[in-house]
Write a protein that binds this ligand. Sequence first.
Ligand SMILES: [Zn+2]
Length: 406
Amino acid sequence: MKKRGSSRQPLTWNWMRWGSVWLFLILIGSMLLPQAALAQEAAGESEKKTVYLTFDDGPSKNTPDVLNILAKENIQATFFVLGNEAESHPDLIKRIVNEGHQLGNHTYNHQYKSLYTDFREFWRQIVKTQLILEQIVGQRPALLRAPGGTYGNFDANYFTYLAEAGFAVYDWDVDSGDSKRRNVPASEIIQEVKKSSLKKNLVVLLHDGSGHGESVKALPSIIKYYKDKGYQFAAIPSDMKPVQFRLASTSKWKKAGISLDTAEELLRKSVAAWPNAAGERASTITALHIQRGNTTWQLKPGEFRYLEDQYYVQLRALTDQMGGKIGWDAKTQIASVEVGTIRAEIDLKQHMATVYLPRDEKLHIPIDIHMDSNTTQVNLRDFMSVLQYHVLSYAEEDQKRLILVE
Ligand SMILES: [Zn+2]
């Protein structure tokens, strides 16, 4: 009993001592904080006010006119494009990117009912559009805009899942009203913009889809209006905090419920469509070299991807490079791979590899693997452990990535 008492004594003393240290720190902190806030405010005042013009539903035959106006004014903007329009106008997607504007994903076909009654359909359209854009300009955008905006359309799950996949979902501050009915006249669009309240940063909703010729006509006056008010213009930077409407208490749509597991499985399966924050970074890298002793295996761009700090490689391409054999059973979703003395069966559904070693030994190794546009993408580190290698180091030199294994 005595012992316990004596061990308690210093503890109480410790609490008192640390308590006073904390009190001291809190006091100092509260003295410094107002000054810090003031300093921040002063810095904010000197920063310029910015308008982020956004154009939805294109590209269409109106897009070149919009791009010409933006070029003439020397300003950048953001285009939330539809996958089906991108398919029909790949040259305009290229022009948007080449002229320094930002691309965003606006789903494939903009059909509210199918998009908002089932997240699986929403995600399918996002993925499809990402892959179309990647094909055209090598970018998988991080920006996303919900057709019709998120309010009443998204539930909390839509927000959660899309954030998990790395998307920044953008609504807007200023609705130009150019899509509230067909052929809203330019004068009305301009009036609508001028009626909206002003603040430091403004995301402005406009449309460059077909049937939006009046928006094009209104654009020069809208730009002039904001310039006269002292605003600068910019494309939405990928690290800006998104403008989002609050979550509606009731949804306009009855949604098919899917479990969190189902959703996560869905997201994981199409990890290859997740945004690449730096598309330009990927395009400067010419090849992936995997070196073991004196042997080097080389993968071309397109045969590998770098996502979330991990390399994913095309299973077939790497197995071929290594002089191995590969077979695929579509019915069981099992790939069989033979490299050197190692034979493995990789179950795509179970994410599990059964490895047959020489001398009848058998191992089970979990493996991150998924199917994407008819090719099988496998996590490089996992695949190396299936082959009984391990990764020693990663390096980047002269636009090539070198991975050493042993
Ligand atoms: Zn739209």
